[in-house]
Write a protein that binds this ligand. Structure first.
Ligand code: URA
Length: 395
């Protein structure tokens, strides 16, 4: 948190994106509106922006959609001014401006409020609030509210829950469509039931849990040892490959990572002695877990010439069974919404992209340790998510 605010301060001192630069405050009666409310339940509501009514009085959520939101909360026995703090992703009344273009100007102030208030739950109402907070944590394009609504995200940075839902004005715009109202109420109810913070001790750094083994003979030895000692255990694994499709001239499995029940996770380059040990693992009886397993399946068959034995779980398919919305089945997305793990592919992202399925990506140019860490976290998170999914589905 400090580092982020430090960077913002630096940027601001260099003349970038300072709050007043956006110009929204001109013509506002209550510009730069800070949070209001007593926050008795340590809940922080973040809305979109003050409207005309709010700008007149200097209090959030008193216009039409705010009144509706207050009524819904009252039906759960909550008073917006007493039990919550409330603020907006935009702190000035935007009048005719497109609010999304102004989010980055206000974000430092909103982050500062979070830092000061230390809420247990942050309720995000609508896409602009999602853009402000999740855009910051997620670090990329968020893709709008419908992708995020209803998740209770355990946030590692602030040790709180982040609960996005629809903006009340959207519910009104649908003429209170019963299905939309039902979901809106369900999201709120789930959020209101949260009382404890998600983490009690120090939040672990996943990189510390990955053993990167550079020497092929050592990787082979450790993998065989894991297999020997873990005959009755489940293993997740993942490949990093030189391109998307396994049957081209340039198709190579560059690295593999194997996790034994999330307790021991190794990642290694697939060369030399490690190749046979990997084949032995893939054709062994131990139960195997993957994410989008057709990928590993096709690569193992094409490049290693083996059929993977005893698949028991595909996290991507399970995600789809649990929630059939589009654009949510990616490993990084699920790791973030279910486990609060922020994307770990920032350094790797640009090396993975390639034009078409047979074109080589640039992963070979990446520092090997970075590639193995990335690969290892993929395997580890695949396991952690599978445990959660199996519990949820009653397996
Ligand atoms: N009032 C606010 O203060 N924010 C909103 O997002 C909507 C109404």
């Amino acid at each position: 948190m400090e580092d982020c605010l430090g960077v913002w301060k630096l940027l601001e001192s260099a003349g970038y994106s300072s709050c007043v630069d956006c110009g929204l405050d001109r013509g506002c009666r209550n510009p730069h509106m800070s949070y209001t409310g007593k926050g008795a339940d340590s809940f922080l509501v973040i809305g979109e922006a003050p409207g005309e009514e709010e700008d007149k009085v200097g209090i959030q959520f008193i216009g039409k959609s705010g009144q509706y939101f207050r009524r819904v909360l009252r039906s759960f026995g909550k008073d917006l001014d007493i039990h919550f703090w409330k603020t907006n992703a935009l702190r000035c009344f935007p009048q005719k401006e497109d609010p999304s273009s102004k989010v980055s100007f206000c974000r430092p102030a909103v982050l500062k409020e979070i830092e000061e208030l230390k809420p247990v739950v942050i309720l995000l109402l609508g896409g602009i609030a999602v853009e402000s907070i999740i855009g910051y944590l997620w670090g990329g394009s968020t893709g709008g509210i419908f992708r995020w609504a209803g998740f209770q995200i355990p946030c590692r940075k602030w040790n709180c829950w982040i609960c996005p839902t629809y903006h009340p004005s959207y519910v009104l715009r649908t003429n209170k469509d019963p299905a939309v109202v039902l979901w809106f109420r369900k999201h709120l109810e789930n959020a209101l039931n949260l009382s404890d913070r998600p983490y009690s001790g120090k939040v672990e750094n996943l990189k510390d849990k990955i053993e990167c083994i550079m020497e092929p003979y050592m990787a082979a030895f450790v993998l065989r040892d894991m297999l020997e000692k873990g005959k009755d255990k489940a293993f997740s694994f993942d490949f990093e490959t030189s391109c998307l499709k396994p049957d081209g001239d340039k198709s190579k499995i560059l690295a593999a990572a194997v996790s034994c029940e999330g307790k021991k996770t190794i990642a290694f380059p697939v060369v030399g002695d490690a190749v046979n040990a990997l084949k032995q693992f893939l054709t062994s009886d131990v139960p195997k877990i993957g994410w989008n397993i057709k990928f590993e399946d096709r690569w193992a068959r094409s490049v290693l010439g083996v059929d993977i034995k005893n698949w028991v779980w595909d996290g991507m398919l399970a995600t789809h069974v649990i929630d059939n919305r589009s654009d949510i089945t990616g490993l990084k997305f699920q790791a973030f919404v279910q486990l609060g793990i922020e994307p770990w592919d920032k350094e790797v992202e640009s090396y993975i992209d390639a034009d078409g399925g047979y074109e080589e990506n640039r992963l070979r140019l990446l520092n090997l340790r970075d590639l193995l860490l990335y690969n290892g976290i993929d395997a580890l998170v695949t396991y952690l998510l599978a445990v959660r999914q199996r519990k949820l589905l009653g397996w």
